[in-house]
Ligand binder design. Sequence first.
Ligand SMILES: Nc1ncnc2c1ncn2[C@@H]1O[C@H](COP(=O)(O)OP(=O)(O)OP(=O)(O)O)[C@@H](O)[C@H]1O
Length: 246
Amino acid sequence: MADNFVIQVRDAGIRFRLNRRSRRNFKDLFAGRKRRARSDEFWALRHVNFDVTAGEAIGVVGRNGQGKSTLLKLVAEVMLADEGDVQVIQGVAPLIEITGGFVEDLSVRDNVYLTAGLHGMTKREISDRFDEIISFAEIERFIDTPYKHLSSGMKVRIAFAVISRLEEPIILVDEVLAVGDKAFREKCYRRIEDLLEGGRTLFFVSHNERDLRRFCSRGLYLDKGELVLDGPIGDVLARYNADYGS
Ligand SMILES: Nc1ncnc2c1ncn2[C@@H]1O[C@H](COP(=O)(O)OP(=O)(O)OP(=O)(O)O)[C@@H](O)[C@H]1O
């Protein structure tokens, strides 16, 4: 194991029920891990092991529904593992799912202050960056509009603008950028490159092979909830293509 790891995942598993997130009751707790799984439960991820060192850029690949977003949620610690252990040593800026944690009824302005504040920025620091965030997102006219009234592309713009201005050392980017138009996507990609040059750690979920090769040196290939290959991104894409064609 590397000494300077920033993320360490050991035998991690997460289990869902088909209709809702699995919740353990008291009986389950006392029964420990040996309890029998309910018939409507399944493991979205199981026996996942990997370490990440600072500054790595990791692409997560796999077919739909194989656990990629769930893996990012474990790293973001918005979900806790049902078995195994996930340690995240540094702060995480997650751009996962469309909202990036934004509150629908609050204005764009309030959401910027709320999200950046939750990630440890002071009001003063946020005010200093506010104009730059809004201008990056190109949504000057909508500062006082409730977030829920923005188009899906505009929601992604402002979420990316805020998340990418946080100081957190680990950045998670899920499929969300696919919603943005081509010009904005390219702007985001250039910012991701700047962040990587500055030594940040990146997790990038994408179905676009070119984007994965552009940013990532390492790949994690998930299939049926298992990490089937962890290696150089070229090897991981070759294996994925061999398994499922492209
Ligand atoms: N909160 C949840 N409750 C129940 N099941 C869930 C929940 N979140 C995800 N799942 C299920 O877990 C599995 C893995 O989902 P996940 O979103 O991680 O897949 P993915 O690899 O990111 O897929 P995609 O490429 O389609 O985005 C799927 O079967 C999904 O239906």
